[in-house]
Design a protein around this ligand. Structure first.
Ligand code: PGA
Ligand code: ZN
Length: 398
């Protein structure tokens, strides 16, 4: 049973304050979790409060309710968080404190059991599959100004024989992108997730990534494709009813045409948020056109929310869902979304945020839920924290 929950402000990878939670149990279990933070957040996400405000509210309302709750009963922990908050978007205590506590409690429970977190979360019926890591290698949008309009170009080492080889392949693509940019005389800083953020057009970025992927594919001898997070809700202008690419705009139909063309031209493995978060119909149309050969993934569209996912399933919008525990506030809610997705044949992609910490819970979550993919960057300490944890899990060294 939980005997104490302590909360503090720690740094995230952007240098902003975020919430870290420590949970202790009667039998000596200890767990620590930290909330990540998005920059291109979806309109329908659970609410993140300023860290100090969230901590103060959670101390007042949630901590007293959590004392005495059995940490091994994740639903009881998460129900206590929901009851303490009393809203449906965690706007009272903040989804940042909620998710930090939810993850810390799960780790404390695993600690009591002496089991790795993925085993505690996944149980005896967990499969033996490992997720394919999607590695952000070029990006712009809300993660880097003056770079590409498309937020993320993601290496997808779909043919890798092991997690370790996949993780290293993504790092090799990241390095190869730097080489290709250098050969073209393009200087590049890095964006919030460690991807290269070159001042080039989207069209040139496709050439660069395609070339980098080809080079690494030749080296490693297994299939590497790539994909995108277009974060199109950030491109979409409600007033103009158009997707805005600098001086150019595209209507919804033109955007569908553009993305379908890219899928075919580059054999894209994955396209996240190709359309606005309110346009289920356009999502359905694109899925109908190219969903047989690529994953169309809803991030801002679904926000890890079962109701929004159910609407998407009913409409035939997308064929996969991005899972971000802090978008919904608890691990139980994230599991519910995974389960609904799985029952309806939707692929799941467990994901980091652009603002991250060293917390590696999502690596365990991806393994526990048999997710097909995990999106957690390529390089940089807050990203390698998850990637290296995946390598350890695969090596049975956790
Ligand atoms: P965010 O971006 O964490 O800034 O929201 C990640 C994503 O859109 O997938
Ligand atoms: Zn996204």
């Amino acid at each position: 049973r939980i005997t104490s929950v302590s909360l503090r402000r720690v740094l995230d990878s952007r240098g902003n304050p975020t919430v870290e939670a420590d949970v202790l149990t009667e039998s000596g279990g200890f767990g620590r979790g930290a909330a990540p933070s998005g920059a291109s957040t979806g309109e329908y996400e659970a609410i993140e409060l300023p860290a100090s405000e969230s901590i103060a509210k959670a101390r007042e309302h949630a901590v007293p309710r959590l004392e005495g709750v059995y940490a091994g009963d994740q639903r009881a922990v998460d129900n206590a968080l929901r009851a303490a908050d009393g809203t449906d978007d965690f706007s009272a205590i903040g989804a940042n404190s909620a998710v930090a506590i939810s993850m810390a409690a799960a780790k404390a429970a695993a600690d009591v059991l002496g089991a790795p977190l993925y085993q505690h979360l996944g149980g005896a019926f967990r499969g033996e599959n490992f997720p394919v890591p999607l590695g952000n290698v070029v990006g712009g949008g809300e993660h880097a100004k003056e770079a590409t309009h498309i937020q993320e170009f993601l290496a997808a080492p779909v043919g890798a024989p092991s997690v370790s080889e996949a993780v290293f392949a993504n790092a090799a693509v990241h390095a190869a992108v730097a080489d290709v940019l250098d050969e073209r005389g393009v200087p590049a800083a890095k964006g919030d997730e460690g991807a290269w953020a070159p001042p080039i057009s989207d069209a040139e970025a496709f050439e660069v990534v395609d070339e980098a992927v080809d080079r690494v594919e030749d080296e490693v001898g297994f299939e590497i494709r790539f994909g995108l997070d277009m974060a199109a809700a950030e491109l979409y202008d409600d007033d103009r009813e158009a997707y805005v690419y600098g001086d150019e705009t595209k209507s919804a139909d033109e955007q569908i045409e553009y993305v379908a063309g890219l899928v075919d031209e580059y054999d894209l493995a994955y396209v996240e948020d190709p359309l606005d978060e309110n346009d289920y119909e356009a999502f359905a149309e694109l899925t109908d056109r190219v969903g047989d050969r690529t994953l169309i993934c809803g991030d801002d569209l679904f926000v890890t929310n079962v109701e929004r996912l159910q609407d998407g399933i009913d409409a035939g919008a997308a064929n996969s869902i991005l899972i971000k525990p802090n978008q919904i506030g608890t691990l139980s809610d994230a599991f519910d979304a995974v389960e609904l997705a799985a029952r309806n044949g939707y692929e799941t992609v467990i994901s980091h945020r652009s603002g991250e910490t060293e917390d590696a819970t999502i690596a365990h979550l991806a393994v526990a839920t048999d997710a097909g993919y995990i999106k957690t960057g390529t390089v940089g300490g807050e990203r390698t924290a998850k990637l290296n944890e995946l390598v350890r899990i695969a090596d049975d060294a956790v």
